[in-house]
Design a protein around this ligand. Structure first.
Ligand code: PMV
Length: 325
């Protein structure tokens, strides 16, 4: 009744932004991501007959409050699926995500938790089933089941049985690099969950966001298969800007950007003008991720590190999907 799993985080090139079902975590639109090797979570789950409640340790610290509630509510789903409502688990997770790296550790965290808990309780699941299960813990986490380039199909069914991730290209397909640029002050004020909800409910730009997704997806998939860096970068950057534009039109309006966020965006666009291909993408926070090719590593690092307000730059390559230890 014990298992350990490892899962990496992922960065969306076509963003998941907006839910059609809050409780099952069903998205309004398909999204597409790259799993990264630099940041991961390892989780050991042990179901024990003698426990009367779940226990969750994160980085060797016993967790309570809303973080614990989220984990135990997710374990309830696993217990139900396995037909074992009576057993509770001892969970030990370690996040290998540099402090405040600006990555939702929830992506690697829920993927590792779902994989370890399903295996420990004896639930036989296929990869699509594991992705579906993971989705109900954290949406973007369902893409971390696979390595390399991954698409999350939104599905159309009300029960969510066709909303899961599918692999598009393995990690060895293309040696892209992603620099995670961490800002000195990176406090995230509006959680992605709240930000999405407000945008879906109030932003007149939101329907345009949804309408545009199929075009972006078709084009980026073609770019990935042809390893066309300009095409993939241009689409990813434009898609990120469209997502952030929806928040500016929400009521009340909001933005995840700081002044340093914009300084980094400007620096990346200046690099392009000077002939260095690089593109940015930004999630529901102020930190920026920069896409580039291996031969530009030095100039990208040097440029980003020199920007005032930048605290740290960490480089990732394409990473692998869930594994068991
Ligand atoms: O799965 P969540 O609740 O962490 O939402 C993630 C939303 C974005 O990071 C902004 C986009 C994405 O597709 O990862």
């Amino acid at each position: 009744m014990k298992a350990t799993a490892k899962a990496h985080t992922n960065i969306a090139l076509i963003k998941y932004w907006g839910k059609r079902d809050e409780s099952l975590i069903l998205p309004m639109n398909n999204s597409l991501s790259l799993t990264l090797d630099g940041f991961y979570t390892t989780t050991t789950a042990e179901f024990r007959e003698d426990l009367t409640a779940d226990r969750f340790h994160l980085n060797d610290r016993l967790v309570d409050g809303t973080e614990y509630q989220r984990v135990t509510a997710f374990l309830d789903r696993i217990r139900r699926a396995a037909g074992r409502p009576d057993v509770f688990a001892d969970i030990h997770s370690t996040n290998h995500v540099p402090t405040a790296a600006g990555f939702a550790s929830s992506a690697s965290g829920f993927a590792a938790l779902a994989a370890a808990a399903a295996k420990a309780i004896g639930l036989q699941v296929t990869d699509p089933e594991l992705s579906m299960l993971t989705r109900q813990g954290s949406g973007s986490a369902c893409r971390s089941i696979y390595g390399g380039f991954v698409e999350w199909e939104k599905g159309t069914k009300a029960d969510g049985s066709d909303s899961y991730a599918v692999p598009i290209a393995p990690k060895d397909h293309w040696d892209l690099r992603v620099a995670a640029v961490v800002l000195s002050s990176s406090e995230k004020k509006i959680l992605s969950r709240e930000g999405m909800k407000r945008t879906v409910e109030t932003s007149p730009f939101y329907p345009a966001w949804v309408d545009n997704i199929p075009d972006d997806l078709a084009a980026i998939k073609q770019g990935i298969s042809q390893k066309d860096f300009e095409k993939v970068g241009e689409i990813a950057e434009a898609n990120c800007l469209r997502m952030h534009a929806t928040t500016l039109a929400a009521s009340p309006p909001f933005s995840y950007w700081h002044s340093t966020t914009m300084a980094i965006m400007q620096a990346v666009q200046d690099l392009r003008v000077s002939g260095v291909p690089a593109f940015f993408t930004i999630d529901a926070g102020p930190n920026v991720k920069v896409l580039y090719l291996p031969e530009q590593e030095k100039i990208i690092r040097n440029t980003l590190q020199e920007i005032p307000g930048v605290h740290d730059v960490t480089v990732s390559r394409p990473g692998e999907g869930v594994s068991y230890i």
